[in-house]
Ligand binder design. Structure first.
Ligand code: E4P
Length: 220
C-alpha cells in the first residue's frame, strides 16, 4: 500500500519524508489555505521533497478553465498530478489530460458510479472521501470495498483507489484489509501508526536489563 501525506505543510512533509514512508502528497484548496503559503511556491518545494505524485487541485469549474489551470500547475514539476472534481467538466478535463499522459486525480468521489466514470475518463487516481461519508452517517469504508470489487472485474481500468478523508488509524487498517492502492493520511494519523504500549514497555525493559550488564555495543 502506498502512503501519501494529506497536507500542504512543508515542515510536516519534510519530517515525514525523512521516514522513507511517503510515496506522494495530496493537497486541496482548504489545505493550501491552512498552510498560508503561496500555492506555487509551496507546490514547488513539495515536489522537490517528494518524488512521487503530488496532487494539485484546479479551482476552475469549466473544462477549459481547468485545462488552462492544469497547464500552469503541470509546469511546476513532472510529478504533479492534476486534481479535478467529480463533475462532467472535471471528467472531460480528465480525459483530455489523460490522453496527453498527465496523471489526474478525480476527487470528491462519494459513489461507485462516480468511481466508474473516473476510471472510464482515464484517471490515474480516484479519491473516495471516507471520513466525510462517515460524518453523514454512511459507512465510508463500504464505498472502498464496493469500488475495489467493481474495479477488480475490469482489468482495463488502471485507476488506483486513493482513500481520502482519512481521520484515524482504523481507516487505514480497513483500507489495507480491502486492498486499496493508496491512503492519503493526515500527518498526525501517520505518526500514530507506530504507537503501541507493548513496544514502549518492551523497549524500556530491554534497555533497563542492558544497563545492568554494564556493557556497550559501541565503546566511547
Ligand atoms: C485529499 O485528497 C482530500 O482532499 C482530503 O483527504 C479531504 O479530507 P477531509 O475530508 O478531512 O477534508
Amino acid at each position: 500500500m502506498k502512503f501519501f501525506v494529506d497536507t500542504a505543510d512543508l515542515d510536516e512533509i519534510r519530517d515525514l519524508a525523512a521516514t522513507g514512508m511517503v510515496d506522494g502528497v495530496t493537497t486541496n484548496p482548504s489545505l493550501v489555505a491552512k498552510a498560508g503559503r503561496d500555492f506555487f511556491e509551496a507546490l514547488q518545494e513539495i515536489c522537490d521533497l517528494v518524488p512521487g505524485p503530488v496532487s494539485a487541485e484546479v479551482t476552475a469549474t469549466d473544462t477549459d478553465g481547468m485545462l488552462r489551470e492544469a497547464e500552469k500547475l503541470r509546469a511546476v514539476a513532472d510529478n504533479i498530478a492534476i486534481k479535478v472534481p467529480t463533475t462532467w467538466d472535471g471528467l472531460k478535463a480528465c480525459r483530455r489530460l489523460a490522453d496527453e499522459g498527465v496523471m489526474v486525480n478525480v476527487t470528491l468521489c462519494f459513489s461507485v458510479n462516480q468511481a466508474i466514470l473516473a476510471a472510464k475518463a482515464g484517471a490515474a487516481f480516484v479519491s473516495p472521501f471516507v471520513g466525510r461519508l462517515d460524518d453523514i452517517g454512511q459507512i465510508g469504508m463500504d464505498l472502498i470495498a464496493d469500488i475495489k470489487q467493481v474495479y477488480d472485474h475490469y482489468p482495463a481500468f488502471k485507476t488506483e483507489i486513493l482513500v481520502a478523508s482519512v481521520r484515524h488509524v482504523t481507516h487505514l487498517l480497513d483500507a489495507a484489509r480491502l486492498g486499496a492502492d493508496i491512503c492519503t493520511i493526515p500527518p498526525n494519523v501517520l505518526r500514530q501508526l507506530i504507537r503501541h504500549p507493548l513496544t514502549d514497555a518492551g523497549l524500556a525493559a530491554f534497555l533497563a536489563d542492558w544497563e545492568k550488564t554494564g556493557q556497550k555495543i559501541v565503546k566511547d
